[in-house]
Design a protein around this ligand. Structure first.
Ligand code: PCA
Length: 205
């Protein structure tokens, strides 16, 4: 099984993004719970509403994976969170890394309001918890670039790659980020645990 996995570049004044830190530390090959050999193709995504869709479309065409798993930082969350659904809206108070803001525009005009992940999100969260890693199924990926990317992956799968699976996992700050922001008491997990959580999710595939 080939898995295309992405993490994001840093944004919002951070110098690291735990999604990319963790994705880049995942082993390139591993065996899933079902005993299947899995190989990863890893890429960093730009924090850009307008560019992320083009980049993922090119990567999906180039790699033709069995499964696409995109990962992003959700500062303030406390657990590894597979996302259940992406919504067809771009809406966030902050600009992306290109300085672009959206306030209510659709991700893909004319497409459905929401698209469900094509990943075993409940099994992923349960497998993490069984290993002692905080995890939950999340019911909202937000309205910023992560949701925008997730929606486009699922829209592409629906239209062009019916046999592909795909979805999104949000991860909390890692401890280095929380240490740098101690004034605001943000929750965080050690990078090793975030990486282990992602691998645990992937092994459920
Ligand atoms: N998190 C942001 C975008 C990039 C990232 O890592 C989000 O949750 O939308």
């Amino acid at each position: 099984m080939k898995i295309l996995i992405t993490g994001f570049a840093p944004f919002g004044g951070e110098t690291i993004n735990p999604s990319w830190e963790a994705v880049s530390k995942l082993p390139e090959r591993f065996v899933t719970e079902k005993g299947e050999e899995a190989v990863l193709a890893r890429y960093q995504m730009p924090v850009s509403y307008d560019r992320c869709g083009r980049v993922i479309r090119e990567l999906m065409a180039k790699e033709v994976p069995d499964c696409v798993v995109c990962v992003g930082q959700a500062g303030g969350r406390m657990a590894v969170e597979p996302e259940l659904i992406a919504v067809n809206v771009k809406d966030a108070p902050s600009p992306d890394n290109d300085g672009v803001e959206y306030h209510g525009e659709p991700v893909v005009a004319g497409s459905p309001d929401g698209r469900f992940a094509r990943l075993p999100v409940r099994e992923m969260a349960a497998a993490c918890k069984a290993r002692g890693i905080p995890a939950n199924v999340s019911f909202s990926a937000g309205g910023y670039v992560c949701n925008c990317l997730m929606y486009q992956v699922l829209d592409l799968i629906e239209r062009e790659y019916p046999d592909m699976r795909g979805g999104f996992i949000h991860v909390p700050y890692e401890c280095r980020q929380a240490a740098a922001q101690m004034k605001v008491n943000k929750p965080s997990l050690p990078l090793s645990l975030i990486t282990d959580g992602l691998l645990t999710c992937l092994k459920v595939l």
